[in-house]
Design a protein around this ligand. Structure first.
Ligand SMILES: Cc1cc2nc3c(=O)[nH]c(=O)nc-3n(C[C@H](O)[C@H](O)[C@H](O)COP(=O)(O)OP(=O)(O)OC[C@H]3O[C@@H](n4cnc5c(N)ncnc54)[C@H](O)[C@@H]3O)c2cc1C
Ligand SMILES: *[C@@H]1O[C@H](CO)[C@@H](O)[C@H](O)[C@H]1NC(C)=O
Ligand SMILES: *[C@@H]1O[C@H](CO)[C@@H](O)[C@H](O)[C@H]1NC(C)=O
Ligand SMILES: *[C@@H]1O[C@H](CO)[C@@H](O)[C@H](O)[C@H]1NC(C)=O
Ligand SMILES: *[C@@H]1O[C@H](CO)[C@@H](O)[C@H](O)[C@H]1NC(C)=O
Ligand SMILES: *[C@@H]1O[C@H](CO)[C@@H](O)[C@H](O)[C@H]1NC(C)=O
Ligand SMILES: *[C@@H]1O[C@H](CO)[C@@H](O)[C@H](O)[C@H]1NC(C)=O
Length: 626
């Protein structure tokens, strides 16, 4: 999770359920691409047994605008017909800020700068991605933009998909015409896995169906009970409104605008309920997918087991386009949160309470360590310990703590936190908590807006041993302190999504280290990549990586969470996927010999790379074989 203020807008649109699709017909809008619809338009034909790798194995690069091989206007417009008019050729919204752009409009630009972020404008935009630098920073939203706005790493064409048929046509066209394909849902990805220069984008945002299944039996599996059919474009806030309506719990990311059933679910997916119900991958009972050959298939423990394995933890953008999933619906549960902060400051105000300031440096860091030491008991009790260690300037620091306990009453949560408060009080940190807050987990409301940011960070998954072995714990805390003293924000999330809480043993492509994890931590650089040159940005990346090394050394057997990580993570294959990597890469070779789907740091992605002159791994360049 990103520090809230960067993305979360101020306006609260507690917008009820209006506009949500709830009929089963929406969910089952799975009319497929037929040979009648294909007709003589060869560019949208399905892959056949004879049309396998050989047709593209000689190709060195994906076709690029300007190339002889780039589809002609007439072909794009024919594709648009097959799509029922859903093909877009959008301009980056920030083009309104550039006086040399035909799209220049000062008023629109002011809206983008001042107001769009508190609305869903950017989330409803076909191109915008919320971490900007992978696009190449060629058209930034800015009051005083320099240079001209160019498309950069944004796609050329976007399919605004509302049906399975359209997704199939897009995949077939991209494969047959050797055009780069990308998939964008909400655009939350941190590493540019949702965008690409010279590409056709499948935009899943408007796949919004939902259907509750009170008594579902998983084919070939051991789950029987309440479930829901969910379309791939649902965002967290929409999922919550549906869950409320049926009085059930559907675990989801803490940020209300993340997509629940695209990147979050396929890449892992943690939530405040992870120590109770497991990760996003553990919710999945069945998947509906358009695969690289253009076919629409089901994957569950009985059918297409390889895809069912790979798409639960192998990440998005690799094996196919998820159009919908069937997920577990848990009983309704409350989330109860006890929170307090303490800071090291110049002036001491030691009034006991939720916000206290102390003056002794070493006391602050002893308190920091004690908070983290409470992470394992919290996770083992089914909770989620949410912390921020923040440098506030001039050798001052702040520690923010939320003990998030699903299923406990406020009294129970208060009692649970007492031992930690006693320890901190004994150290000379007079924190106390007011009554913990409680609310139905799915009743959360808040801003459904968001705006792009341009930050950089790295992360680490901590196995249990790094907390339980005193030598390693001490080294880990020293390394964590080192990051904050160096000016980074250290964001910890203690949780334990063990196989036991995950609920069923179907093998998943998820990095196996997750079953032994007791903390995922992000280390944020407090920089804006949009104001740095690519060389400066790359230098910042190397500097941060230097501070990650001691954390890695103190967490042997750990890894990193692919959805919240540095795209330049060293040895990413092992860090992101652990011992599952070889199997994930094999399934990729078998299922997508054409490399229709490609994004950085996905299984099998080493075979291709974006050719860019930037020092940063942007998506602003041609995609070619290595
Ligand atoms: C503010 C913020 C808060 C976050 N909080 C959390 C959190 O609490 N817990 C957590 O686990 N993560 C969190 N994340 C990380 C989040 O899980 C990832 O960014 C995730 O990839 C987002 O998925 P998306 O589908 O919304 O976004 P996108 O950027 O649209 O997609 C992400 C990736 O998935 C692929 N993809 C999307 N849809 C599909 C599909 N239907 N089929 C196949 N591939 C697809 C895309 O191609 C891309 O590679 C947060 C991120 C942000 C920016
Ligand atoms: C696709 O067709 C629709 C409807 O005819 C049209 O509005 C749209 O501009 C077309 N898209 C492109 C890229 O030409
Ligand atoms: C920007 O665009 C203008 C008008 O099209 C052109 O004259 C100018 O050379 C461009 N500048 C750069 C830096 O490309
Ligand atoms: C995409 O399609 C949806 C659903 O039909 C529509 O509401 C939305 O306006 C479209 N967006 C764009 C940018 O065309
Ligand atoms: C909702 O579910 C909870 C937990 O299962 C149950 O206690 C409660 O009675 C339900 N409420 C309604 C309105 O059905
Ligand atoms: C759950 O939260 C609701 C408020 O959303 C509250 O009314 C209810 O009493 C809580 N239930 C429990 C068991 O604490
Ligand atoms: C703790 O970890 C260190 C470093 O990996 C190791 O040498 C030591 O044996 C471990 N101690 C215990 C008690 O396991």
């Amino acid at each position: 999770m990103w520090p809230g203020s960067l993305f979360v807008a101020a306006v609260h649109l507690a917008s009820g359920v209006q506009g949500l699709a709830v009929s089963s017909r929406d969910v089952l809008n799975d009319a497929q691409l037929t040979s009648e619809a294909i007709g003589d338009f060869a560019a949208v034909k399905f892959a056949s047994a004879t049309d396998t790798v050989s047709s593209t194995s000689g190709v060195d690069c994906k076709s690029f605008p300007g190339d002889e091989s780039w589809p002609k206007e007439t072909e794009w417009s024919r594709l648009n017909k097959t799509l029922g008019g859903a093909l877009l050729n959008p301009l980056p919204p920030a083009s309104a800020c550039y006086s040399t752009s035909p799209n220049f409009n000062a008023q629109t630009c002011r809206f983008l700068l001042d107001n769009a972020g508190s609305t869903s404008f950017y989330l409803d935009d076909p191109l915008t991605v919320l971490t900007q630098w992978p696009q190449g920073n060629t058209c930034l939203i800015s009051r005083n933009p320099t240079g001209n706005c160019t498309r950069g790493g944004f796609p050329v064409y976007v399919v605004n998909a509302t049906s399975v048929k359209q997704v199939q046509a897009a995949v077939n066209f991209a494969r047959n015409k050797n055009v780069r394909l990308v998939i964008k849902n909400t655009g939350h990805d941190f590493g540019g896995r949702n965008t690409g220069a010279g590409s056709l984008s499948v935009w899943t945002h408007y796949l919004k169906g939902f259907e509750f299944l009170p008594n579902y039996k998983q084919p070939g599996g051991n789950y029987r009970g309440p479930a829901a059919v969910v379309s791939a474009g649902l965002q967290v806030w929409e999922v919550f409104r549906h869950a409320e309506r049926y009085n059930v719990t559907l675990p989801a990311a803490s940020c209300l605008t993340v997509g629940s059933y695209g990147g979050w679910m396929t890449g892992g997916g943690h939530s405040p309920l992870s120590s109770k119900f497991g990760l996003g991958v553990d919710q999945v009972l069945s998947l509906q997918i358009v695969t690289a050959d253009g076919r629409y298939v089901t994957a569950d423990p009985k059918t297409n087991q390889d895809l069912f394995f790979a798409m639960r933890g192998g990440g998005g953008s690799t094996y196919g386009v998820v159009t919908s999933a069937i997920v577990k619906a848990h009983p309704q549960i409350n989330l109860t949160i006890a929170s307090f902060n303490f800071a090291l400051g110049k002036t001491a105000s030691t009034t006991p309470g939720r916000d206290v300031t102390i003056t002794d440096l070493e006391t602050f860091w002893r308190g920091f360590n004690e908070v983290f030491a409470f992470g394992v008991p919290t996770a083992d009790a089914g909770g989620y310990l949410w912390t921020y260690g923040i440098p506030t300037g001039e050798n001052r620091y702040q520690m923010q703590v939320q003990v998030q306990m699903p299923g406990l009453t406020p009294e129970e949560a208060a009692a649970f936190v007492q031992p930690l408060l006693h320890t901190l009080n004994d150290l000379g940190i007079p924190v106390a908590i007011t009554t913990p807050t409680t609310s139905v987990y799915s009743s959360q409301t808040g801003s459904t807006g968001g705006q792009p940011a341009n930050g950089y960070f790295s992360s680490r998954l901590f196995p249990r041993s790094s907390f339980e072995n005193a030598t390693l714990f001490s080294a880990a805390m020293t390394a964590a302190r080192g990051t904050v003293e160096a000016g980074y924000t250290f964001h910890g999330l203690n949780m334990a999504p063990t196989l036991k809480v995950a609920g069923y043993p179907a093998p998943a492509g998820l990095n196996p280290v997750w079953r032994d994890v007791v903390m995922h931590a992000d280390v944020f650089a407090r920089i804006n990549m949009g104001t740095l040159t690519p060389a400066e940005g790359a230098a910042e990346q190397r500097r941060l990586d230097g501070y990650m090394e001691p954390l890695r050394a103190a967490t042997p057997g750990g890894g990193a969470y692919l959805n919240e990580a540095d795209v330049l993570e060293p040895d990413w294959q092992h860090s992101f996927f652990g011992s599952n990597y070889d199997k994930l890469a094999r399934i990729k070779r078998e299922r997508d010999p054409w490399h229709v789907f490609w994004a950085p740091t996905t299984p099998g992605s080493e075979a291709w790379a974006v050719r860019t002159s930037s020092e940063l791994p942007t998506q602003n360049g041609r995609l070619c074989r290595v």
